[in-house]
Structures are given as structure tokens and as C-alpha cells.
Write a new protein. Structure first.
Length: 277
């Protein structure tokens, strides 16, 4: 199966921003993602995912599922051959945890993984109906949910338990991230560092699980961009400051465009007898 990357040339002829005030505890990403960029239901071997069997890991495509088993400490990651997905996008997967004897046991998605190997996020779930989000910073993880006492795990009423399918989704735009579990919004966070990265599947220590399908979608290329202002609706001073900053940036781009239009082209005289006059 072939996947094509489409590059869009953006012209700054007119800049139109649609502003959305993000609820303090609500969604920050207001885009729709109707276009399928990548999908694998594991019915046949697409060639994107590795299979292996050794003393520490089992990765196997079987009967329309991608089976992952980690037999030792530490987590293990599997990435498809498709690399460096740029935001905005949505990443969705149907997966389940079948077994896990370690407090860190779980299965989940990796997104925004940096080529250097020292950045990115994981969204994981375990057999106790808990989820967690972590950010890889250097060689260690920073918890974005929970706390150190519970290793970041957070109870979720919408999660199904052991050996039952769950659908988890991450939606990202403008370096904001919304997280959904089984169709229900659970949390949002922001991180300014990443514009794109790799996605994949993570299996925790002494864990076994499987993935039914995985899907990456992008917005309609003609959709008007949305800028989510990271301020509450009841903070008018900060809101006015943010609007003023964006208007200033908009005007600077317009001025730059106007200068380009007014600039006279440099016309060189034609060559004469092999020499330029």
C-alpha cells in the first residue's frame, strides 16, 4: 500500500484567523480531521510494522491484530515505517491490555517522538481502568497525569478493563493536545516544543496486549486555521494582550507582502557576444 505526502504551498495574500477561547478544563483543538492519512487494520501485512520473537519481546501480526508481548522489565516501542508526521493531526487506535503483572504494565500510543530519541509523548492504559500521559524529556519521563505516588496512572470511568477493547485518541493542533477515551474527552495539555514527530505503539514491562486498528487523519486542506487562545474567557486583560499580539503579527506579514509587491524586479541586460555589458 502506498501513501502519498501532499505539500501545500501557502501564499500570504490574505490572513484570516478564527479565534476560539479554550475552556480551562475543555478541549483546545477545534479542528475536524476528515482525511485519512494512514490506516492499518492488520488484516494483511502492509510492511509497515516489524515482527520479531526473542527472549524479551514478541511482536506478531495474526488474524487481523497486532500482538505485542513484553517479557522483561522496561517498555518496548514499535514504530511503522511512516515517519515524521506534522501537526495538525488525529491519532486513534483500538487496543486492549490482556495481561500485566508490573505496576508499569500497560499498552498505548506514542506520538510526537523526536528523531533524536529524547522527546515525545505516550498515552497508555492498564488493566485497572487507568490511563496516563508522559513526556519523554532527555532520558527520563515527566508525568502529565497523576503523580509520582501512582506513577502517573489516573482512574477513568470510560475505560474498559482487562482483555476488552478500548479506543483512544489524540488530537493535536497549534501545539495543543486533546485526549479522548472511548469517545469521551478526558484531558488537554499544551507543549510548545514539537511541531511533528513519529507515532507508534508502546507495550509496558511484563505486559501483553494487542491492537485492532490504528488511524491517522488530517484536516481538510481548505479549512480555515483556528488559533486557540490559552486564556480563560473571564480574563479580559490577558485576552486583549493576546489579541493585540496576533494582530501585530498579522500586520507585519501584510506589510512584508506589500513591500514584496512594490519591489521593482531587477532586469539584467542580455549577453552580447559572450560578454555582459
Amino acid at each position: 500500500m502506498r501513501y502519498r505526502l501532499f505539500y501545500m504551498a501557502m501564499t500570504v495574500t490574505a490572513l484570516t484567523y478564527r479565534f476560539t477561547i479554550a475552556d480551562v478544563n475543555g478541549q483546545k483543538v477545534r479542528l475536524d480531521f476528515p482525511k485519512t492519512f494512514f490506516r492499518d487494520d492488520f488484516v494483511s501485512d502492509s510492511g509497515h510494522w516489524k515482527e520479531l520473537s526473542n527472549a524479551s519481546n514478541l511482536l506478531l501480526l495474526q488474524k487481523g491484530e497486532y500482538i505485542l508481548q513484553r517479557k522483561s522489565s522496561g517498555s518496548y516501542s514499535s514504530f511503522p515505517s511512516l515517519k515524521n508526521i506534522q501537526a495538525p493531526f488525529s491519532l486513534t487506535a483500538s487496543l486492549r491490555i490482556d495481561d500485566g503483572t508490573d505496576p508499569e504494565s500497560g499498552i498505548g500510543l506514542i506520538f510526537m517522538a523526536q528523531p533524536s530519541g529524547n522527546g515525545g509523548f505516550t498515552l497508555e492504559l492498564n488493566a485497572r481502568k487507568e490511563y496516563r500521559i508522559r513526556q519523554l524529556v532527555g532520558v527520563s519521563y515527566r508525568l502529565l497525569t497523576g503523580d509520582n505516588r501512582n506513577l502517573g496512572w489516573t482512574k477513568c470511568e470510560w475505560l474498559n478493563g482487562k482483555s476488552t477493547w478500548n479506543t483512544i485518541q489524540v488530537r493535536t493542533a497549534d501545539r495543543n493536545y486533546d485526549v479522548y477515551i472511548n469517545g469521551q474527552f478526558v484531558t488537554s495539555f499544551s507543549e510548545p516544543q514539537y511541531f511533528g514527530g513519529d507515532f507508534g505503539i508502546a507495550i509496558g514491562p511484563n505486559s501483553s496486549g494487542r491492537v485492532d486498528w490504528i488511524d491517522v487523519r488530517t484536516p481538510d486542506q481548505n479549512e480555515e486555521p483556528i488559533i486557540v487562545l490559552p486564556v480563560a474567557a473571564d480574563d479580559p486583560i490577558r485576552l486583549q494582550e493576546e489579541l493585540a499580539r496576533l494582530k501585530k503579527e498579522n500586520q507585519a506579514l501584510r506589510d512584508s507582502l506589500q513591500r514584496c509587491r512594490q519591489a521593482k524586479p531587477v532586469i539584467k541586460k542580455p549577453l552580447n557576444n559572450g560578454h555582459q555589458e
